[in-house]
Design a protein around this ligand. Structure first.
Ligand code: M6R
Length: 612
């Protein structure tokens, strides 16, 4: 989704800004732009398409100067074209301010009407442009940009991460945050501003995260943060934990492929230091709840979006099975506005890879507002969700760059297995059964390596699937969410329509879709309901539907029923989802590769969805 990078220092700003924007490309965007100050002159360049197109336009018409702001836009108001790209300019002549903005201004139409009535001429269809004009009006003939921005903020309804420059204020960037992240990077005689620490990590590890309602002014040698109501504040300086090596492609063709292949390590890292063999349980450092408090819990609510929601659904089956606790899984975008009854023995978890998803953050805040202890299962350290939760569990999965989430799903499922075990051992789960789960988890990384070694077989199935226009994904019990996740992966990167269903639901409607052109992918490792699944596969075959089956290695009966059989090692049922999802990820990856799709940057999608 949209990205912001600002720089003020002694180096030429253009290359710093372009390099920062490139590091944000993985988030998904459709246009890019910069505004660079050269003393009291301001140059604005913006282009629809990739950062490369912007770079080429800067090659033809350079913008010189050592202070500037830049942006990658993911269209919300108005299509992706040069005009709607940020920065947006307000004021007379070439403009007295330039603004880049992440988020959505909900009252933009009313503000625009007022500005137009006062004679302001708009150049774009965006909601952002009103901010530029409002600041230009407040700045007037003066030169106090910091004050002008602060006077405008109360007029804006919605969410924003803002960066603003003005030729009246050489060397100065003003930023503001409400509901959309911003971080200040502290360098030697240079300061940076970004929506994601990844953009500025090569410059400095010292950062200050802005909180909601804070406004910052940066110059090369100084920075000041004010709270909109409480005035000047002393910022907390953090260090970012970002290894550039972890975000390099190595010899993989795409980040998605790299991240799929990292999963043995991902699961090992998620479990590292958390397994307690001697007690047949798992332990966590950051839950901030005592065993007594956890034993009082009578119900768990898991809230998330997308792939994190699918992981949460696996968590529901696991917690119910191991801890015998009722669990509900909620879409964050629904939960935050519903009047979901929660009592004082309900424990709420939000799950988010990025820790910045607007809907999930909204759900976290709503739950906290209602006085519930709200914990987070999150990957990005220092993200807004991680900071605002009452406690939680980090995934330790490292940076996930591919828009299609893969290793974060595995880390979330591993952590939820640990959580189910922990809650179970505080209740009725015996030491022996707990130890069996611990031992099964310990074996998963090696088993994952064996699944990854079957990639050639998966490519054969992908060749067949790449011809399809529509695909069914089916699974029972713990594998129903895995089927949903397989379908999501296929649709988001290959643009082939795919539906996930509980296997038993097939005959209640979707069976009507089955014909020789519509393959079904069954997630069917051996388990308690295996024979029922075999009957369901027969029903599809009887209607000439092609079958791809993920099953337990050596399951001859299943292999005989399937056109393509994708084996996974024989493991304890509760850890099967960690293995079964991998062939589905690889299947989607290779279908998209065969079709020539842009795998790491699928159309219309963003890595981190920071608007509602
Ligand atoms: O960062 P989050 O886990 O909160 O993101 C939630 C979804 O936006 C995300 O999982 C999305 O569905 C992915 N594109 C799935 O691959």
């Amino acid at each position: 989704m949209c990205g912001i990078v600002g720089y003020t220092g002694s180096d030429p700003a253009g290359p710093v800004l372009l390099a920062g924007l490139r590091r944000l490309e993985y988030r998904g965007y459709d246009s890019a732009g910069v505004a660079i100050l050269d003393g009291s002159r301001m140059a604005v360049r913006k282009k629809a398409g990739r950062v490369k197109a912007l770079e080429e336009s800067l090659g033809e018409l350079p913008a010189i100067g050592s202070c500037g702001i830049s942006h990658t836009r993911w269209a919300t108001h108005g299509p992706a074209n040069d005009r709607n790209a940020h920065p947006h300019v307000g004021g007379t002549g070439e403009g007295t301010v330039a603004v880049v903005h992440n988020g959505v201004i909900e009252n933009h139409a009313a503000l625009r009407q007022d500005l137009e009535a006062a004679g302001v001429v708009f150049r774009s269809q965006t909601d952002t442009e009103v901010i530029a004009h409002l600041i230009a009006v407040e700045l007037g003939d003066g030169d106090d940009l910091y004050e002008a921005v602060q006077r405008v903020l109360p007029k804006l309804e919605g969410t924003y991460g803002l960066a603003v420059v003005s030729p009246r204020c050489p060397g100065q960037i003003v930023g503001a945050r409400l509901g959309s992240p911003l971080v200040v990077g502290l360098g030697d005689n240079e300061h940076l501003l970004a929506s994601d620490p990844a953009a500025i990590a090569p410059h400095t590890a010292r950062v200050a995260y802005l909180q909601d309602d804070e406004v910052v002014r940066l110059t090369p040698t100084d920075f000041e943060i004010r709270h909109r109501e409480r005035g000047s504040i002393t910022p907390r300086i953090d260090r970012i934990d970002w290894s550039p090596v972890a975000s390099e492609l190595g010899n993989h063709a795409h980040y998605m492929q790299k991240e799929i292949h990292e999963q043995p390590e991902t699961v090992r890292d998620a479990c590292r230091g958390r397994l307690r063999r001697g007690e047949g349980t798992a332990a966590f450092g950051g839950l901030n709840m005592t065993p007594r408090q956890l034993r009082r819990v009578r119900r768990v609510v898991l809230v998330a979006c997308g792939t994190s929601w699918h992981a949460a659904l696996v968590g529901e089956y696991l917690i119910e099975r191991l801890a015998n606790l009722p669990v509900e899984v909620e879409y964050a975008g629904e939960f935050r506005y519903r009047n979901a009854p929660l009592d004082d023995r309900t424990l709420v978890f939000v799950l988010s890879q990025s820790g910045e998803t607007a809907d999930t953050l909204g759900a976290l805040r709503e739950s906290k507002r209602r006085g519930h202890p709200t914990l987070a299962i999150c990957n990005v350290v220092g993200s807004t969700i991680a900071r605002e939760a009452d406690g939680g569990i980090y995934l330790h999965a490292g940076p996930e760059v591919g828009v299609a989430s893969t290793k974060a799903f595995s880390a979330q499922v591993a952590v939820l297995t640990l959580l189910a075990l922990h809650l179970g051992r505080l209740r009725q789960l015996s030491f022996t059964d707990g130890l069996a789960v611990v031992e099964a988890l310990e074996k998963v990384p090696e088993a994952l390596t064996r699944v990854l070694a079957t990639e050639l077989k998966i490519i054969e199935a992908a060749e067949r699937l790449s011809q399809a226009r529509s695909v069914m994904y089916l699974g029972r019990d713990l594998h129903f969410p895995v089927a949903l996740e397989g379908a999501l992966k296929l649709k988001e990167i290959s643009y082939i329509h795919a539906e996930g269903y509980p296997t038993a639901e097939m005959k209640h409607g979707p069976l009507a879709l089955i014909d020789p052109e519509t393959p079904s992918v069954f997630v069917a490792p051996r388990g308690s309901l295996h024979s029922k699944t075999l009957s369901n596969i027969e029903e599809v075959r009887a209607r000439m539907g092609p079958v791809i089956a993920v099953g337990t290695d050596g399951d001859e009966e299943l292999a005989a029923l399937a056109d393509f059989f994708l084996p996974i090692p024989d493991v304890l049922e509760v850890v099967q989802p960690l293995l079964a999802v991998v062939p589905l990820q690889l299947l989607a990856y290779h279908v998209a590769r065969i079709k020539g799709c842009d795998i790491d940057k699928p159309r219309n999608l963003a890595k981190s969805v920071t608007v509602e």
